[in-house]
Design a protein around this ligand. Structure first.
Ligand code: CIZ
Length: 296
């Protein structure tokens, strides 16, 4: 820890950790949050170097919003399989098939896909952004479950893509039955990346930021959590006296767990691996992210 603190000071660095990071990484970070919160923090931070403990698209989003800072991702194997399920060419083909439709891309996309989109959304603001888009056809990529959830909530026609998060998509109705039986008084909160039949039987459907807020504000003391296991560390730490149960053992993202303290030290020492977005792509992708910030 001494070596890490000394390197941080020397590099004028801050460490940002996503809510899904391993507990030890959350504990050493300067801030823990969702991808948008952390990217906005990166932009405002009085630092020259940002160590982003998360997956590739998150570090890219931080690099887009904080172009004056050096953004490091401790392990380049930390990729998001959902983000890898769509390419910029796929988005261009969807636009050709649906001329005039607005393209909303989930934050879990590469900068190159964001650059092909009209606006980016996160799980916490997707509904608000959709409501702010004038009536007409909307394309939502790449998470099919979240796209279908938005279509059901809004009653609008949403063209979806068949991508999914492996961890959330694996949750089954049987997991819900078992958890409800074991914890009958608990509030069931799930992430909108789960299948529609799972969100349909939940008490709350929320992104991780919303789950953190609800756990704090609701009077109930037990919660079944339908999102990646890493969030339980934060929920438990911030809410002594309340209990949190993971909805399903499938809720585990392997690539989120590549970050280690040694890798953070190595990247602060070597100032590598860097996350950089080519300028032509960056300008258009930043516009899609800024539009989201304007609309929410
Ligand atoms: O936006 C994020 O950080 C993700 C991927 C999930 C969430 O709900 O926070």
């Amino acid at each position: 820890m001494e070596e890490l603190q000394e390197l941080k000071r020397r590099r004028q660095a801050i460490i940002l950790a996503h809510n899904y990071q391993p507990p030890a990484i959350q504990d050493l970070a300067d801030h823990v949050g969702d991808s948008l919160e952390l990217s906005l923090l990166a932009a405002r931070a009085d630092a020259r170097v940002i160590v982003f403990c998360g997956v590739d698209f998150m570090a890219e989003a931080a690099a887009l919003l904080a172009p004056d800072k050096l953004v490091l991702l401790p392990d380049l194997r930390a990729r998001c399989s959902l983000a890898d399920m769509i390419t910029p060419e796929d988005v261009r083909a969807l636009r050709t098939m649906h001329p005039g439709a607005a393209v909303l891309s989930y934050i879990n996309t590469s900068a190159a896909v964001k650059a092909e989109s009209d606006v980016t959304v996160t799980s916490s603001n997707a509904q608000r952004v959709l409501d702010a888009i004038p009536n007409g056809e909307v394309i939502f990529v790449p998470d099919g479950n979240l796209g279908r959830y938005l279509a059901t909530r809004s009653g609008r026609r949403v063209v979806t893509w068949d991508g999914h998060c492996r961890a959330h998509h694996e949750v089954r109705v049987d997991d819900v039955r078992t958890a409800r039986r074991l914890h009958p008084r608990a509030v069931l909160m799930v992430h909108p990346e789960v299948r529609p039949e799972i969100s349909a039987c939940a008490d709350l459907v929320l992104g991780t930021g919303g789950m953190v807020r609800m756990a704090r504000e609701r009077p109930e003391t037990e919660f079944i959590v339908g999102t990646e296991a890493g969030l339980l560390h934060r929920l438990t730490g911030e809410n002594p006296g309340k209990r949190f149960y993971l909805l399903s053992p499938s809720l585990w993202c392997h690539t989120m767990k590549y970050t280690t303290r040694d890798r953070i030290i190595a990247c602060l020492r070597d100032l590598e691996p860097r996350v950089q977005v080519p300028p032509g792509v960056a300008a258009r992708a930043r516009r899609a992210m800024e539009r989201m910030v304007e609309l929410t």
